[in-house]
Design a protein around this ligand. Structure first.
Ligand SMILES: Cc1cc2nc3c(=O)[nH]c(=O)nc-3n(C[C@H](O)[C@H](O)[C@H](O)COP(=O)(O)OP(=O)(O)OC[C@H]3O[C@@H](n4cnc5c(N)ncnc54)[C@H](O)[C@@H]3O)c2cc1C
Ligand SMILES: *[C@@H]1O[C@H](CO)[C@@H](O)[C@H](O)[C@H]1NC(C)=O
Length: 502
């Protein structure tokens, strides 16, 4: 009889979702669990790198909403990976709704430091409209196809009235600031343009309370600690899976067969697929035999998966104020509210909204992190490090009005050109709904077909109904799919359910 002791489970992908699934299955008494990972390391989009002597995060940086309900926070606390400040009740209770209260500075393309009073009204209006964008959930139809369309239309309507006593130059500057905020949101959402982020389902994404915090010893510490709970040899590295043959009625003992790039064939009772949505978009047609059912395929295509990259820039001496935490670069020729640049080769750098400041200075020295999303970001990845350095140096010299500012070192991420990811993280594109995420997580064979049990299960960031695009979302989906198998074996083998509860 099928049981936890002899059931073979293969997990495709060793990111946080795959590791979380393995950890839970092993804990529940499954003996034949293995992870096949395409690369030579685990962690996937959790990836800590080095800039000189400092640790920098190439992938995930923050725990978004670090509080009791966040499993990443709870694990990081348990493993002792967080600073005392992050653990305080005050920090956990802070409700920032996804927008940390960073101390900002604003620079303009004519080399001026801007007065906050001039641009803050634009930021407040933008924040208000972004909040409203979440309120079209469960309404019949959406008044605009995208968050970008909604925000720009509203700004055009309201700015006239709201800022009627403001001089023309300041009014124009505020519209330029709106362009900047749109670029920020492209980074937050991992989208090319806010015109590609659907309005109807924007409220689907949920935040947790807590002031976002980081891992002083690197995010990969979380992966290392989780791996210590797994038996040695559970992960096979450099083992990309090429095709998953499922629904194999001839060999009822092992209904699934995985074919690896190496030519190796591995049979299994269950497969948990955790590859990124970007990879699925690119390879679904060769990855599944028989192919994905149409409703699932359409959701893979409809959901958005865009690029957000970081460019770390180090200086000998800072050109920003000591208390500054985020620097916005406002182009004075962008009062038409734009967040995309067709003339990519010449204008790609205009998509970089600005920099966050790595703190504390004692740990990092004087390091900024530039943020750039979309096709402009994908183009940036094709340039040499030298070309990127030159563009960023020119940009900073222009906005500071200081022709001598020179970075000492630079390091950028290249998530679009990562063949196992093809981008950064997922968002709900035009016309998407909650149903698309439900379809993403639905196991094969699909509902309604007679054959049980589930053969192919789906986890990963892009399969979480409300925490997609995050580490905690990814972790929860790994646990969810492990639980699906655990409850299946409990239902066919109640005595084992009893044993595992002991
Ligand atoms: C720049 C950037 C910044 C981010 N910042 C944050 C942040 O601050 N906070 C936050 O919560 N989240 C952040 N995220 C998102 C977060 O990193 C991801 O949501 C999460 O790590 C995804 O985990 P996963 O297990 O779903 O996928 P992944 O980590 O991508 O794991 C998938 C694994 O599958 C492997 N794989 C792919 N194809 C195959 C194949 N054919 N065969 C075998 N293996 C394969 C890959 O190599 C990879 O290891 C960020 C992401 C990026 C890119
Ligand atoms: C799965 O196999 C059964 C039995 O051979 C067949 O009837 C069914 O059409 C197959 N499903 C898919 C999606 O290929």
């Amino acid at each position: 009889m099928a049981s936890r002791l002899n059931s073979k489970i293969v997990i495709v992908g060793g990111g946080i979702s795959g590791i979380a699934a393995a950890q839970r299955l092993v804990k529940a008494g499954f003996h034949h669990v293995r992870i096949l990972e395409a690369t030579s390391r685990c962690g996937g989009r959790i990836k800590t790198g080095r800039l000189g002597d400092s640790l920098v995060e190439i992938g995930a940086n923050w725990i978004h909403g670090p509080s009791q309900e966040n499993p990443v926070f709870c694990l990081a606390r348990q493993y002792g990976l967080l600073e005392p400040e992050a653990l305080t009740p005050e920090n956990q209770a802070m409700d920032i709704a996804g927008h940390p209260p960073w101390v900002p500075a604003f620079y303009s393309s004519s080399g001026q430091k801007l007065n906050a009073e001039d641009v803050v009204p634009a930021i407040e209006l933008f924040a208000e409209l972004l909040d409203q964008s979440s309120e079209f959930q469960n309404q019949k139809g959406e008044p605009f196809p995208s968050v970008g369309d909604f925000i720009c239309t509203q700004v055009r309507q309201q700015a006239e009235e709201k800022w009627k006593d403001t001089d023309l130059a300041t009014k124009s500057l505020r519209l330029c600031m709106i362009s900047n905020m749109l670029k920020v949101e492209c980074c937050v959402n991992g989208a090319h343009s806010m015109n590609e982020v659907g309005l109807g389902a924007f409220g689907q994404y949920k935040t947790l309370p807590g002031l976002d915090c980081t891992f002083p010893g690197g995010y990969e510490g979380l992966i290392k600690n989780l791996m210590l709970e797994l038996p040695d040899g559970l992960v096979t590295y450099n083992m990309p899976v090429r095709c998953i043959h499922w629904n194999n009625s001839e060999r009822t003992d092992n209904p699934v067969m995985l074919e690896c790039d190496s030519g190796e064939k591995i049979s299994a009772d269950h497969v948990i697929v955790t590859v990124p949505l970007g990879y699925l978009k690119m390879h679904h047609s060769t990855m599944f035999q028989p192919p994905l059912p149409l409703h699932k395929l359409h959701s893979v295509q409809r959901l958005g998966f865009g690029t957000n990259n970081k460019i770390f820039v180090e200086f000998d001496v800072p050109w920003w104020d000591a208390q500054c935490e985020v620097i916005y670069l406002v182009w004075e020729d962008e009062d038409d509210m734009v967040d995309q640049f067709p003339d990519i080769q010449r204008s790609w750098i205009k998509k970089l909204f600005g920099f966050t400041v790595l703190k504390p200075t004692e740990r990092y020295g004087h390091v900024l992190c530039g943020w750039i999303a979309g096709h402009e970001s994908e183009y940036m990845e094709t340039l040499s490090e030298q070309e990127v350095t030159q563009a960023v140096t020119q940009l900073i010299r222009r906005f500071t009005g200081n022709p001598t500012v020179t970075p000492t070192r630079i390091l950028r991420s290249q998530w679009f050109h990562d063949p196992w990811t093809y981008g950064s993280y997922s968002h709900l594109g035009n016309g998407c709904s909650e149903q698309d995420l439900d379809n993403m997580m639905e196991p094969l064979p699909p509902k309604g077909s007679q054959s049980q049990p589930n053969q192919v299960l789906f986890a990963g960031e892009a399969t979480h109904p409300c925490y997609f695009s995050t580490v905690h979302g990814a972790l929860l989906t790994g646990w969810r799919e492990a639980d699906r198998l655990i409850s299946y074996y409990s239902s066919i083998n109640p005595s084992e359910a009893f044993k595992s509860k002991l």
